[in-house]
Design a protein around this ligand. Structure first.
Ligand SMILES: [Zn+2]
Length: 308
């Protein structure tokens, strides 16, 4: 099992979770691009009159099923340390993505409301395909109503599940040897995050068995160990620098830099989707230009903590 041992730092834990998440995300993104390219190809054929919409829908259903299911299964099989509870989330995400692919095809092949309009059908289709490229396939809608793109969701869900599995494993092991009180600390290069900072140095009860202390679940309910969090907790002996919160300004700067990198990664994925969804020469030119700009940006920027 490649999951880090409990004595590893929050950084090691998150680097590991991030690595697996990125691997799964990239595999799912490839499958997503293939589905978007299929929607675009089918929409184009319908728009030019060489394919019936009903046939296009059936072809898309077959492709979606094969490509997405295969990608998810590959991801789950390739990483045997992936928590088992990810499978239902992935299956739901595939269902949701298949529906959104059909919706996009329907939008791209809808008959123009004004038949007399002089806009060619392929241009109408491109407008709908642009919308598909911007959002990507919808893999998940969260409680706030935010629509998660399939690959982004798969990546986030994997990262979070791997990271949470570490918490569960450590809590189980400590409880088994009779430890209930743990302390929150950090030796993270990204310092303590805003949500975790109030908990640093505080003692938590793992099970609630020790009166007078908040539980780990209480802390988590207020945001401690949120997604991408690099903080950790353990017995005082496990944590080498407790509590040693990094300077807030430095921590904030590091967090901002990491967020900027993620934004750039998201932009790059969106540009690849736009390329896959391009059925007119103009759309292709725009997508190619955007990809070029992003590659330049990516080359210029380096993650501050990857500099050695
Ligand atoms: Zn944190």
């Amino acid at each position: 099992m490649a999951t880090p041992l409990p004595s590893t730092s929050g950084d090691a834990r998150e680097d590991h979770a991030q690595q697996i998440g990125a691997h799964v995300g990239a595999a799912v993104a490839q499958a997503e691009l293939a589905v978007i390219a299929t929607v675009a190809m089918l929409a184009k054929r319908v728009a030019t009159g060489s394919l019936l919409p009903t046939v296009a829908r059936k072809q898309l259903a077959r492709t979606t099923d094969t490509v997405l299911t295969a990608a998810v299964h590959r991801a789950l099989l390739a990483d045997r340390q992936l928590p088992a509870d990810l499978a239902p989330s992935f299956e739901a995400a595939v269902q949701s993505a298949a529906v959104s692919a059909q919706d996009a095809l329907a939008a791209a092949t809808a008959s123009p409301q004004q038949p007399a309009a002089s806009v060619p059908r392929i241009r109408v289709a491109q407008l709908a395909l642009d919308a598909l490229a911007a959002q990507g396939l919808v893999g998940f809608v969260d409680r706030a109503g935010r629509r998660w793109n399939l690959a982004g969701y798969a990546e986030m869900a994997t990262r979070t599940a791997v990271s949470n599995a570490w918490d569960e494993r450590q809590a189980d092991e400590l409880t088994r040897i009779g430890v209930d009180l743990v302390v929150v600390g950090t030796h993270s290069t990204e310092g303590s995050c805003r949500l975790c900072r109030p908990w640093l140095g505080r003692s938590l009860s793992l099970t609630g068995a020790t009166p007078g202390f908040p539980t780990l679940a209480d802390a988590k309910a207020t945001g401690f160990r949120h997604p991408n969090c690099r903080c950790s907790w353990g017995t005082p002996g496990m944590l080498t620098a407790v509590p040693s919160p990094t300077d807030l300004a430095r921590s904030a700067a590091a967090y901002t830099a990491a967020q900027r990198q993620r934004t750039l990664d998201r932009r790059q994925r969106a540009a690849h989707r736009r390329m896959a969804a391009a059925v007119t020469p103009q759309a292709r030119t725009t997508a190619r230009r955007e990809l070029g700009l992003i590659r330049l940006d990516l080359r210029r920027r380096q993650h501050p903590f990857r500099e050695r």
